[in-house]
Design a protein around this ligand. Structure first.
Ligand code: F6R
Length: 260
């Protein structure tokens, strides 16, 4: 696990965007796993800016989102379909057929989950998975006690997550209870995981995930077992880490050939 601590959200997001762009430069048809929520918004804004300013070409990438609310129309402003359109896809040149987001209106949820897994496999697996982390340690919508080997499936959100996501719906009671989410086993098969966490409210979850025991009570802690996971943090999100000085030193002394 590599832990990169940056002075603020903007610099951390720029570092993340450069990692994504570097991958797409090396592999134009890269498969990106994408997250929603507040954490990746500045990274997505950087990618959109790269497209607008430099004409960066995203036309061959394929994308798979982590999750979607069940029962929400894709046109609903709080749906993750609408979120991705607003924050990323409207500003990039990714063909619609290359964009995959779980179908929250699917009549057969189990089938749509199986098909989602098959579509990821058919694309050759995810090269880089962007992740946020819930204040309870969830990744995707794999809440505490989720199986660490789980696949794409239906999950029930905790009250805490529904409270955390209430703003987009105008109150916690309006947040759907059920979601479709990639499983932890699905996420762990990505070749690189890039977890973004910003702000004081993520400090405890980040510390538990990076330095605590591996446990289904903190789903992100399984990333300790992943061969290439990067945590990209601002100072506040890093404030609970016992070894923060060591992570800073490692990053400052990283050999040039390892960067990019
Ligand atoms: C969203 C997702 C969630 C969020 C997490 C953090 O697609 O999978 O795991 O990444 O809830 O959300 P924010 O970034 O809003 O704090």
């Amino acid at each position: 696990m590599e832990i990169i601590i940056q002075p603020d959200v903007r610099l951390a997001s720029l570092t993340g965007a450069r990692l994504v762009a570097g991958l797409v430069r090396r592999k134009s048809d890269a498969v990106l796993g994408l997250a929603t929520g507040s954490s990746p918004i500045p990274l997505y804004a950087e990618l959109v800016e790269m497209r607008r300013r430099d004409g960066f070409d995203f036309s061959r990438i394929r994308t798979f989102n982590l999750d979607e609310y069940i029962g929400l129309d894709p046109e609903h402003p709080a749906s993750y379909h609408a979120f991705m359109k607003r924050h990323l896809f409207d500003g990039l040149n990714v063909p619609g057929a290359s964009i995959h987001i779980p179908d929250g209106l699917a009549p057969d949820v189990e089938k749509t989950c199986r098909d989602y897994e098959a579509a990821i496999r058919a694309c050759g697996g995810i090269d880089l998975q962007v992740l946020g982390i819930g204040s309870d340690g969830h990744i995707g919508f794999n809440e505490p006690t989720s199986s660490l080997a789980s696949r794409t499936r239906i999950k029930t959100l905790t009250e805490r997550t529904r409270r955390d996501n209430a703003a987009a719906f105008g109150g916690p009671d309006r947040v759907p209870c059920h979601v479709i989410t990639m499983g932890i086993g699905t996420i762990m098969e990505s070749r690189t995981c890039l977890l973004l966490a910003f702000g004081k409210k993520k400090a405890a979850a980040v510390a538990a995930a990076a330095e605590g025991p591996i446990t289904a009570m903190v789903p992100a802690s399984i990333l300790q077992m992943h061969p290439r996971t990067i945590f990209l943090l601002d100072e506040e999100a890093a404030s609970g880490l016992k070894r923060a000085d060591y992570y800073r030193w490692v990053y400052d002394h990283k050999p040039a050939w390892q960067k990019g």
